[in-house]
Design a binder for this molecule. Structure first.
Ligand SMILES: Cc1cc2nc3c(=O)[nH]c(=O)nc-3n(C[C@H](O)[C@H](O)[C@H](O)COP(=O)(O)OP(=O)(O)OC[C@H]3O[C@@H](n4cnc5c(N)ncnc54)[C@H](O)[C@@H]3O)c2cc1C
Length: 630
């Protein structure tokens, strides 16, 4: 079944301005390319986020120590092979292989995968009654329609369940609806009575097939950990960031480093397992409280012979929601293994943690007997998880609970004093709750530290222009710069950058153009990562450009170069220009005598901020746009 199947691309308001202006506007002149100044880092947690960061930092010359509380690495990428088959207790799937960084990582790590086709399914109601495909399809369609409808009635303080029960009283008691709500919503978003009725569908997803790991997801942490200094059985109890270096206490010992990266799960932060001195900022504490921590438990059962349908998924619709309501047929990807994997979520998931193995098996077998009859055999073995009471996680992954705001994910990721950094799935606003979100968060934090420790490179010019839904970047190099290539990096908050393209260097004093077709709505930040011929890395200053929601309709193109506001029209000559601030006050109003397609207005000393530009042409058309002044 596809977690995140229905999560749509959404934009989450204008991003925060950067908390570290020196990094944003740094223009320190340097003719020689600089490596990052070697720094020491302690990474807390050897899950995928911590390992990804540690690997990247070590590759960039940092001295890295990873402290892990458990006697093993991998965190929630944890594979149990005691029954002779790889049972992933945490992540199993690559959720959407297209563009997903885990796809490449899996290939590098030797993780084999299998396409779990969600159309290969059979569904049974109580009494073993087969639910036909037409009913399944129509209910699924109605479920998807409900997702859009409910959003309009949601509020910050009401649960998904409250709003759903009001709008859909009949469906609330329908067993097939309970199944869809459970596997498509609760699996991702926790107890429905605590799930946000506003943000239940927030986040991004990758396209392409859902592929399940067949030889174990732990291959990825094993690959990432190669060559790293990892100290196991080191439980961190406190972090003191009062002084210039950070002091980390673990097992009664205190270690110091320039930076610390905290990757422990949200559940661990919620339980105050690590004491911070000074206390964490209030915004961070609020975010820790408000973002929810789900509970998903997984169960693998084996038999001597298989008695079930040869489909990928066997669905069962019990009265109790979230209780062993579907089975992944492991035999489809391990033909010699007679095994089924099933799940328990949220409240029922937590309840299973208090049950004995015999009680759990009895409940699972009751469902299978209802489908396949009383003569089916008892399982030979069972493996199970207890993520809620596990002191290394206290839950499975983060979700949008009542009163969670999307800003809280940004707050969880915010760096403190350029010394204490945070990664982990719960810190990724777009991909929280996934392995790829965790991985990307680790890379993000490593990039932040590398940028902090790297002197900025000076370019002769560096400009950004927004035109409809495209952003063009133009820059020229200085003489004597032996650049090899430029990596263009984009960010929505000026802190977390992702690579969006490369340009090969053409030599000194060259002019470069790069058209990015995927800007974010609102402010877009760009910087260049510059590799010289010795593969030494430096970064340019950061520039920004605003992409407006209605840009596609606008036929004027304002840009700011030095202190000049340049406005160009596509149709007609400019007759009238107004510049307003965001409060709507007119700062400048100038008329033109039908002269030109371009207008240039001098606006010296205009403070940094967003401005509204209105321009009319000689065809009587008036257009409005926005521009960000650095
Ligand atoms: C049941 C389940 C199913 C999932 N299914 C999928 C899936 O199919 N696909 C997918 O993409 N994602 C899935 N996920 C999510 C994915 O596994 C996680 O998002 C990801 O592994 C989290 O990585 P992380 O680095 O953020 O945290 P973790 O992997 O949890 O790493 C944190 C590390 O910190 C350590 N630690 C904790 N406290 C301390 C301390 N005090 N001192 C030192 N170390 C400490 C922990 O032991 C752990 O090793 C699933 C998760 C679960 C639980």
């Amino acid at each position: 079944m596809k977690r995140r199947e229905f999560i749509n691309k959404t934009f989450i308001g204008l991003p925060m301005l950067m908390s570290n202006p020196s990094l944003l506007w740094g223009t320190q002149k340097t003719n020689a390319m600089m490596r990052p100044t070697p720094r020491s880092v302690i990474v807390i947690g050897a899950g995928i986020s911590g390992l990804a960061a540690a690997k990247k930092l070590q590759e960039n010359g940092f001295t890295v120590t990873v402290l892990e509380a458990q006697d093993r690495i991998g965190g929630r990428l944890r594979t149990n092979r005691t029954l002779g088959v790889a049972f992933d207790e945490g992540a199993s799937w690559i959720h959407g292989v297209t563009g997903n960084p885990i796809t490449t990582l899996a290939q590098q790590a030797g993780m084999t995968t299998f396409f779990t086709d969600s159309s290969s399914r059979k569904a049974y109601d109580i009494g073993g009654a087969l639910i036909n495909e037409t009913t399944l399809d129509s209910t699924e369609t109605a479920y998807n329609n409900m997702l859009t409808t409910l959003r309009n009635s949601g509020s910050l303080t009401q649960s998904f369940e409250t709003v759903f029960n009001n709008l859909y009283p009949t469906e609330a008691t329908n067993r097939l609806w309970k199944f869809f709500l459970s596997t498509f919503m609760t699996f991702d978003r926790g107890d429905l009575n605590n799930t946000s009725s506003l943000y239940y569908n927030e986040g991004l997803k990758f396209g392409g097939e859902e592929r399940i790991s067949t030889n174990g997801y732990d291959t990825i942490p094993t690959y990432l950990a190669t060559g790293l200094n990892i100290q196991l059985n080191q439980r961190v109890s406190s972090i003191n960031y009062t002084n210039s270096t950070v002091a980390v206490t673990h097992n009664g010992t205190t270690s110091q480093a320039d930076y610390v990266l905290v990757t422990v799960p949200l559940g661990v932060l919620k339980n105050n397992a690590i004491a911070f001195t000074p206390a964490l900022p209030t915004t961070k504490q609020t975010a820790i409280q408000k973002v929810g921590m789900n509970c998903v438990n997984k169960f693998l059962l084996t038999w001597n012979t298989a008695f079930w349908d040869n489909e990928q998924y066997i669905i069962y619709t019990p009265e109790t929601r979230d209780k062993f309501n579907y089975f992944v047929n492991v035999k489809r990807f391990h033909p010699s293994v007679n095994a089924l994997m099933t799940f328990a979520y949220a409240d029922y998931g937590r309840q299973t943690e208090t049950m004995t193995d015999a009680q759990v098996i009895a409940d699972i077998m009751a469902h299978l007997r209802d489908i396949y009859g009383n003569s089916i055999p008892e399982p030979t073995n069972m493996l199970r998880t207890r993520w809620h009471t596990n002191e290394n996680t206290y839950g499975s992954y983060a979700y949008t609970a009542i009163e969670t705001q999307m800003q809280h994910f940004e707050d969880l990721a915010t760096t403190i004093n350029n010394k204490v950094f945070f990664a982990g799935e719960h810190t990724h606003i777009d991909y929280f709750s996934t392995a790829h979100g965790a991985y990307l968060s680790g890379i993000r934090e490593a990039d932040k530290m590398i940028a902090l420790a790297t002197l900025p490179v000076e370019l002769a010019t560096f400009e950004a222009y927004a035109k409809e839904n495209e952003v063009t970047l133009k820059w020229t190099t200085e003489a004597e710069r032996n650049t090899k290539y430029f990596t263009i990096q984009q960010s929505r908050d000026g802190q977390t950058f992702i690579d969006i393209g490369n340009v090969n260097a053409k030599g000194a004093n060259a002019v470069y153009d790069f058209v990015d077709k995927k800007p974010f709505l609102g402010i877009n930040y760009y910087r260049l990562k510059v590799n010289d011929i010795d593969e030494e890395v430096s970064y340019s200053k950061i520039i920004s450009v605003v992409v407006d929601a209605s840009f596609a309709d606008i036929k004027i193109f304002p840009t700011i170069i030095s202190d000049n506001l340049n406005i160009a029209t596509q149709n007609g000559k400019i007759t009238d220009v107004q510049v307003l601030n965001m409060a709507g006050q007119t700062l400048l109003h100038q008329k033109y005598n039908n002269e030109n397609y371009n207008a240039i207005i001098s606006i010296a000393h205009l403070p940094t901020g967003i401005y509204i530009v209105k321009a009319a042409n000689n065809r009587g058309e008036m257009r409005t746009s926005k521009i960000f002044k650095n």
